[in-house]
Design a binder for this molecule. Sequence first.
Ligand code: NAD
Ligand code: UGA
Length: 461
Amino acid sequence: MAKKIEKICCIGAGYVGGPTMSVVAKQCPEIEITIVDMNEARIAAWNDCDLNNLPVYEPGLAEIVAEARGRNLFFSTDVDKAIAEADMIFISVNTPTKTYGKGKGMAADLKFIELCARQIAAVAKTDKIVVEKSTLPVRTAAALKSILDNTGNGVNFHILSNPEFLAEGTAVEDLLNPDRVLIGGENAEAIQALVDIYAQWVPEERILTTNLWSSELSKLTANAFLAQRVSSINSISELCEKTGANVDEVSKAIGLDSRIGPKFLKASVGFGGSCFQKDILNLVYIARSYNLHAVADYWDQVILMNDHQKHRFADNIIQTLYNTVSGKKIAFLGWAFKKDTNDTRESAAIYVADYLLSEEAEITIYDPKVSAERIYADLDYLNTRSSAENRRLVRVVSDPYEATSEAHAIAVLTEWDEFKGYDWARIKQEMKRPSFIFDGRKLLNRAQLEEIGFNYYAIGE
Ligand code: NAD
Ligand code: UGA
């Protein structure tokens, strides 16, 4: 019989920890869950009475937090207390690409993970199941085990790998109805304890158990395969633009082959998000560390293609605007890396903007969920120019019509649904002529816009 879990602690109240544990709390009201984070502002935002102020925007999430918070879901900065009381501890902290030392720009930075392990080792007085929820390099569990097994305090730890496959913007739906839940481990009882939690709402045939290393490696592999599909179709989009083929038609034609499938074949300005690039870089780094250079080079191409796609989108804007954007107003619709999220990490918009700003464009940005503060922080982080210069060249507005008024061109960077319903005739009226639209998401209606008089360019057409 597996131990029945009564108290869970989740370390990391971010885009994964917050939504994942909120859904577990909703589905398992008998389990008390405390999500802890060392970021006080983030915890305060999770505890905010006004649900519009939650730090993560996801459709359906606020309702779940409203239902469970204060009942069996708690947000706290008291990490030690939550660790001490829990039977099961999820580690859901960030694992960004290293920015220093060995593996800089490639390897995953595991310092936050190690800190968690050391804190658990220091605080735990009773046996714990420690669950890797973060995305980690294969064999990380061996390092965690070595830290946890050497405390000398007689506490037993079992480590499980339970990678998260949710996508932002659909996190709640993905968590409530996952394609699969993956649990890797060595101890049958510990595995069963976690299976029992998910089995409260996930059909058992979708709960897959494997050894630790397969589970860790499957997460990196899944992201690499998904990103590869986007880079593959984006590579074909460029060929479409030269040949008169239409990339949406090609996607549909190949996606109807059940071996290929229709999903994740939408050509775009390039994939963004906090994970695809970081996880592929990590995979490439791991392959190289085993001297598997052919493997490393193969996956590296997915990233090179993605960089190329962002670059050529910006280049096309410059070339079409008579080879100069200096002093020209370009309106950006969208800054988030995809619709229905306020997350901007690695968004293609950042890199397209940076490229155009280096050509002295003046950019006005509208995004329904992203703050001006976030946008300036994204640009400043690149260190391409001073932050004063970023603020001189970039304006962030809360009205799309203000963004597009007097603009030479509009660039659609995120596929927010609301963009489709704008008064495009009014926008045309208020723009400079000729009026250009560069649709990096293939979102808008070509026939309608050309009828109004726009010069409309879309990826892969
Ligand atoms: P995030 O940056 O949004 O959240 C991580 C949180 O952990 C931060 O709030 C940070 O303050 C906190 N933290 C870091 N170290 C801590 C410590 N020692 N003690 C307490 N709190 C600490 O990151 P995220 O997007 O939630 O991603 C977390 C992990 O999940 C990553 O490994 C990522 O690759 C993986 N993942 C992310 C997604 C996604 O869609 N974002 C999906 C699947 C998997
Ligand atoms: C992705 C995976 O889909 C999740 O399964 C995984 O858990 C997660 O990464 C992670 O590990 O972080 P996410 O990055 O949130 O999820 O969002 P996606 O829907 O995968 O989109 C990623 C990027 O690819 C976005 O910029 C999106 O616009 C782009 N994309 C996606 C395309 O350009 N075309 C497509 O057909 C699909």
